[in-house]
Design a protein. Sequence first.
Length: 283
Amino acid sequence: MLFPLILFTSAATAKIPPYYSRSCDKGLLQDATSRYIAAQSTGQPQWLSTLLSPNFTLVENNAPIPLSSSLVLNQPLALAHARHTYDITACASFSELVSLAPGAGYQIGTQLRLDAGARKITKIDSIVTTAGDLYFNTTHALHYLLRENWGPIDPSERGSRATLQAAADAYYAYFSNASTVVPWGAPCDRLEGGAYMGQGLANDTCDAGLPPFSVEMRDRRYVIDESVGSVNILSEFGILGPDSHEFRVEKGKIRWIHAMTFCRGTLNCDAPEFPGLSEEVGW
């Protein structure tokens, strides 16, 4: 009598659609990211509705808010730059966005977190920066972003997830302990808002211009994509405020760093003026 039961079980299992898989996959993350971009570029959050968990959380600049109070999701943004990374292990994605309008425009770093079993977005977590935030200048930012290559790294040269996170964590540890050994690349270039902390030379270094005070990064949220050597961290960046840092790690060394920092109530986070930020950047 077991034989018919086995046949019935096998046939029933064969009919289960693939979307009932309880594991995360890149396709799910890409679908979620595409819908997020549709929502942001049109200012119509309903493009996300089919993928939003009933109890999803929206966080902007480290503060949970209702969708109706979003700084950006309810207005259309013409996106001049959108780059995405995918973390299948954490079932999360990261999007780096630049919009030159409306007004002064926006630089946005967004993590989407998904429930792999339900295949739904459970959290939209964004750092949203605009005029008045740390070294904000979308034209300068776009100029430098378009010069970089964050394409796939050859599988034989990719660092492990642990190696990538260790490189990013070493950079953060450096802010409280300057003796920390950070795997700087040669060259290494850092972009803070629209301020490029390098000159495009072979001897550029990412430790130039770092603040001379101790900073503790709290509430770190990671998205790691080994295929492109990327580590993104959203956090509370000490006295500066809500922050996104993304690292490109090549052969175990940090090649590029992108930072966006939201300044709570203080113009430019009280940082000194950056030379040339108000000038034409060139094309």
